[in-house]
Design a protein around this ligand. Structure first.
Ligand code: C2E
Ligand code: MG
Ligand code: MG
Length: 712
């Protein structure tokens, strides 16, 4: 950029110089022409005046009388000699006779030393000849001549003639009067003043340095050049304007530099903005990772490349678990902070490997498109999960979230970008179902399982209509007295062809397909109706998180209870943490409403999910149900026992009653009793059974006799 600019500036200076020079030349030439005209006019006027003077002296009766024949010297003295002395009109006068010989001559008041022809040479003869050749002899001939000394003279030659009829015109050839006025310094000065010409001077005509007017004598010989000093010569003007011109050029250069600098900075700014725009178009504003659009472009490119070079491609799809809850509970600023925290953590984990992008609210994706992708994907996924094992500090709170990861790999088989994306998504959902904080790799069986689930959902819909659902009841015992104090209602689906479908399978499907509300209502109605026959035992009903999402759940429940006529005080709702985490405020409100109506609330499956002590304190539960996974190892594993004991102690400290679920042996029961459990539930005492069976069970003490083969 600098070089062309410098060239432009140099060219401008050069062109400026040329133009100024040319202008100076033009000025010189036109000045010269105009002065030439003035000088010529001055010279002509000088000659004209001399001719007029000549007329005054030569065309004059007295002159004819006194200058013909024998010349009257007194007349000549007083008229001619005196005038040459004064030298105002002329300073030289000669009288030539009929044969052109000088009869008398004066110069500057004295008698001329030489004859006119001697003094002025052949050029005078030309003038004389012209006069002699005239048919009308009154006009003087004029011209410039040089005398022997080299001085330039204006000369007028004409015949001496009478001015009136009083004197007769001389016969024959007339005598001639020659008047001359030397163009000396004084004369030139006067001409100069008159015509506003400075420094008029004659120079040798051979090589005039300055402009001038050539003066030729009547025979055409150049006798001198009259020069002058021009008012301001172009060159001088040029030299005078040169500093200004340089200043102007300097200013132009500075302006140009300034404009160039502005241009340069604009350019820099523009390219910076362009880069920012390109960056913004391809990156997620919040985390600075690639955005969804950029990611899908890269994915497309990777699939094309795969077709060409068969390098394996792995697509890792990640969804944060519990992010929405943090966002809802602590606000968007905290959510944003958490996303940035996760993004920067993940970015540093996969430094140099693949492309990491944020492809949705709390969804991230990683594209690996080199060899060793599968192994690399496994390693990275492991690190992502481990990274989130540590709780993050968000606005002074420790927040714990998890991640579910699905991986789809394209090795030999070529896939479209959409298919690869779909597969990773499917795998990710599988990871979520398996209990979060896990990685699932796609394989075809997932798709098979999915379509199976969809088919199952259809069958479940039919089952509800065909009344294939049933409710069984598992008694719950007081840990001290071992008397049954309650029953838990558990839903069952006996499909005519498939057989018994466990609730662990179909409840999630019902939740997904929106059938859970119907099923839930069915279970509550049926259980309440059944339980009316068993006084003095509490009825526990499991309520799914999806049912809790209905803000009118408590009202709907109350309506069902009054419809059946079941007392609310005998009902216990078992809920899992899932709902609490998803919507703490609403859950709190509903729990409060239910409790106000006399319903008790148990937190089910404690020990499987987040199991946060914070939740226990925040929500007003009546009971805690220890999940079977906490109970399982207590007889064989010291740590498991300690953990179970500590959990029970904690619940008691929070003034919660504790039920242990899935108690299968007497030893377990003994340990749990010692640890402070209030209630026990499990196969060790009673399996889930039909309504009639549980009725008999509650009356008798023969528990296992009524267990149905399909009751779980
Ligand atoms: P849950 O609420 O924790 O129910 C206890 C589960 O443990 C029941 O399984 C029960 O049969 C089983 N169980 C009881 N004692 C023992 C034992 O000693 N050993 C073993 N291994 N298992 C024992 P079930 O009936 O298959 O129910 C599974 C889960 O399905 C329930 O877990 C509950 O979360 C859900 N569920 C069942 N019925 C309903 C319902 O009506 N509505 C909703 N929303 N969920 C339900
Ligand atoms: Mg339960
Ligand atoms: Mg449970």
């Amino acid at each position: 950029m600098a070089l062309p600019a410098l060239l432009i500036v140099a060219a401008a200076i050069f062109a400026g110089h040329l133009i100024l020079n040319d202008m100076a030349d033009q000025v010189d030439r036109s000045e010269t022409r105009s002065v030439e005209r003035s000088v010529n006019a001055a010279l002509n006027s000088f000659l004209t005046r001399l001719r007029e003077t000549h007329g005054d002296y030569a065309v004059w009766d007295d002159a004819v009388r006194d200058l013909y024949g024998k010349v009257d010297l007194a007349f000549a003295e007083s008229n001619l000699a005196d005038s040459t002395r004064q030298a105002i009109l002329f300073d030289t006068a000669y009288l030539l006779d009929e044969n052109d010989r000088s009869i008398l001559g004066y110069t500057h008041g004295s008698v001329a030393m030489r004859a006119a022809s001697d003094e002025f040479g052949q050029a005078l003869e030309v003038l004389v000849a012209k006069v002699r050749a005239q048919s009308k002899p009154y006009d003087a001939e004029t011209g410039f001549l040089r005398d022997r000394a080299g001085a330039i003279y204006a000369i007028a030659v004409g015949s001496v003639m009478p001015s009136s009829n009083a004197v007769a015109r001389p016969l024959g050839r007339p005598r001639l009067l020659v008047l001359g006025r030397s163009l000396d310094g004084a004369a030139l000065q006067r001409i100069g003043q008159e015509f506003a010409l400075d420094g008029l001077a004659f120079v040798s005509s051979s090589a005039p340095l300055r402009p001038g007017v050539r003066i030729n004598d009547p025979s055409g010989n150049e006798i001198a050049t009259l020069t002058w000093s021009p008012s301001i010569e172009g060159l001088e003007a040029f030299q005078r304007v040169l500093p200004t011109a340089f200043l102007a050029v300097g200013l132009i250069c500075l302006t140009m530099l300034f404009l160039m600098a502005i241009g340069y900075f604009n350019l820099v700014e523009l390219s910076k903005r362009e880069r920012q725009a390109v960056f913004a178009a391809n990156h997620d504003e919040l985390t600075g990772l690639s955005n969804r659009a950029a990611f899908s472009r890269m994915l497309d490119r990777a699939t094309v490349e795969h077709r060409r070079e068969e390098t394996p491609v792995a697509l890792v799809y990640m969804d944060l678990d519990g992010f929405k809850e943090v966002n809802d509970a602590y606000g968007h600023a905290s959510g944003d902070f958490l996303l940035k925290y996760v993004a920067s953590g993940f970015a540093s984990i996969c430094e140099g490997s693949g492309t990491l992008a944020r492809v949705g609210g709390d969804e991230f994706a990683l594209l690996l498109d080199r060899a060793e992708t599968v192994e690399r994907a496994e390693v990275l996924c492991e690190r992502f999960i481990r990274f989130l094992d540590q709780p993050a500090a968000v606005n002074g709170r420790m927040v714990s979230i998890g991640i579910s990861i699905g991986v789809a790999v394209m090795a030999q088989e070529a896939l479209s970008a959409e298919e690869l994306l779909r597969r990773s998504d499917v795998a990710m959902y599988l990871a979520k179902e398996f209990g979060r904080n896990r990685v699932a790799f796609y394989d075809r069986s997932i798709d098979a399982a999915r379509s199976e689930r969809m088919a199952l959902a259809d069958k479940l819909r039919e089952a509800i209509k065909a009344d294939q659902l049933a409710v069984v009841y598992q008694p719950i015992f007081d840990a001290g007295s071992m008397q049954p104090t309650g029953v838990e209602a558990l839903v069952r689906w006996l499909h005519p062809e498939i057989g018994l479908v466990p609730p662990d399978i179909f409840v999630p499907i019902a939740e997904e397909s929106g059938l859970i509300d119907q099923i839930g209502a069915f279970v509550i109605r049926r259980a309440c109706r059944d339980a009316l026959d068993w006084p003095d035992v509490r009825l526990s009903v499991n309520v799914s998180a999806v049912q809790f999402r209905n803000p009118k759940f408590d009202v709907a429940l109350a309506e069902m209870l009054s419809e059946v006529g079941f007392p609310a005080e005998r009902l216990e709702i078992e809920m899992t943490e899932t709902h609490l985490v998803a919507n703490p405020e609403r859950a709190q409100a509903i729990i409060a409403n239910l409790r106000a109506r006399g319903v008790t609330i148990a937190l089910d499956d404690f020990g499987t999910g987040y199991s946060s002590i914070g939740y226990l304190r925040r929500f007003a539960f009546d009971k805690l149900k220890l999940d079977r996974s906490l109970v399982v190892g207590i007889t064989s594993d010291e740590t498991a026992r300690e953990l179970c004991e500590a959990t029970i102690a904690l619940a008691r400290a929070l003034d919660l009653r504790v039920t242990a679920e899935g108690v299968e042996t007497e030893r377990e029961a003994a340990l749990l009793r010692m640890a402070g459990c209030d209630y026990l539930q499990g196969y060790a005492f009673a399996r889930p059974m039909t309504a009639q069976a549980v009725a008999s069970f509650l009356l008798s003490t023969l528990p296992s006799a009524f267990v149905l083969p399909w009751s779980g």
